[in-house]
Design a protein around this ligand. Structure first.
Ligand code: ASP
Length: 340
């Protein structure tokens, strides 16, 4: 039986043969989001906490989907969806972000548009309430791709984003995690918390295909607990934590950033699709479950391809995630299996 996506593909091929563009007719939208991957085990979860995650993920994914259906562009849908998660203390982004070794929050975010291949990112910012909105501003209103620290904050101010006190991102749960990580670091003499379990989980991301058929991806994070020396992870690095290209796919990643940077994870998945012709699912599984596992990097990705197929793949115990596909079917997951 033909599903929506194969009907779209057939239609696209016929229109192309007639010399017409499919984009003008495309209407099916889809969205997938994540709220971080890692050692998320049911035995460590209370029913209340699980419910809170499911509700917040559902709220965010439904908001993004409704925006896409109303015809807004993918950039707006990605930013507004991620903002729901940045404003929730459940996630390691915005409020609820992890602490640096010195007890502050340094936030990273990025976004990319698969139609124009434009991209924007901010790294190590302390006073921007919504790093994903700042990343969008860099993409749309600056000639640059990545701005860091005070320069990024100055740019955000010039775009009308009022600075906030770094303490607005504070939460007790993340402070306790910092104390634990600091103790480990001081004992072991390592640069920062090393392989982290529950301490860093909660980076957020969104990937969409909008009514124009454009793929857009965005990611926002506080990074790793007890990070030092101005450490920047993969989340603001285009190609590592975020990637979008209408000719293949769009990806937002979460996991141990150093591995995602070195293995160029987000772009590698789309390149494998583009140059070897494998499906999104196969490309994502190879990179996350073969390449990264062999390297020792834990984490996962969410992705959508140019036909609207969705992938949510992770090599850790769990990944907070939710999606609404081109048929409007909603799925939410935390552990290996979807909750639905
Ligand atoms: N990738 C993020 C970083 O390394 C952390 C995470 O996604 O959990 O900064």
């Amino acid at each position: 039986m033909l599903n929506n996506v194969s009907i779209k593909s057939l239609l696209a091929a016929s229109l192309c043969a007639m010399g017409l563009s499919f984009q003008a007719l495309a209407a099916d939208v889809a969205i997938v989001i994540h709220g971080g991957a890692g050692t998320i085990l049911k035995k460590n979860m209370t029913p209340e906490r699980e419910k809170a995650y499911v509700e917040k993920l559902t709220e965010a994914v439904k908001k993004g989907y409704a925006l896409l259906q109303s015809g807004v562009d993918g950039e707006t849908a990605v930013v507004e969806t991620i903002q729901v998660l940045e404003q929730s203390p459940l996630f390691n982004a915005g409020i609820g972000a992890v602490y640096t070794f010195d007890g502050e929050h340094e936030l990273d975010a990025s976004m990319m548009h698969g139609g124009t291949l434009n991209a924007g990112a901010v790294a190590g910012v302390k006073t921007i309430a919504s790093p994903i909105a700042a990343a969008q501003a860099v993409m749309e209103h600056s000639p640059h791709v990545m701005l860091s620290g005070e320069g990024a904050e100055e740019f955000a101010l010039s775009r009308g984003m009022e600075p906030v006190d770094n303490h607005i991102f504070d939460t007790e749960r993340r402070y306790k995690a910092l104390e634990k990580a600091r103790e480990r670091i001081l004992k072991a003499g390592i640069a920062y918390g090393g392989q982290q379990g529950n301490e860093r989980i909660g980076t957020v991301g969104a990937v969409v295909i909008d009514k124009q058929g454009n793929l857009v991806a965005g990611t926002s994070t506080g990074g790793m607990t007890a990070k030092r020396y101005g450490r920047i992870g993969d989340s603001p690095v285009i190609g590592a934590g975020t990637w979008a290209d209408n000719s293949s796919c769009a990806v937002s990643a979460t996991g141990h950033g150093e591995y995602f940077i070195r293995y160029h994870v987000a772009a590698d998945i789309c390149s494998r699709m583009k140059y070897t012709g494998v499906s999104l699912d196969e490309a994502a599984n190879t990179v996350i479950n073969d390449v990264l596992v062999e390297a020792g990097g834990d984490g996962g990705i969410i992705a959508i391809d140019h036909d609207g197929n969705i992938a949510a793949v992770f090599n850790s115990a769990g990944m907070y995630r939710a999606q609404i596909d081109t048929d409007g079917k909603v799925k939410v997951g935390i552990y290996k299996d979807w909750i639905e």
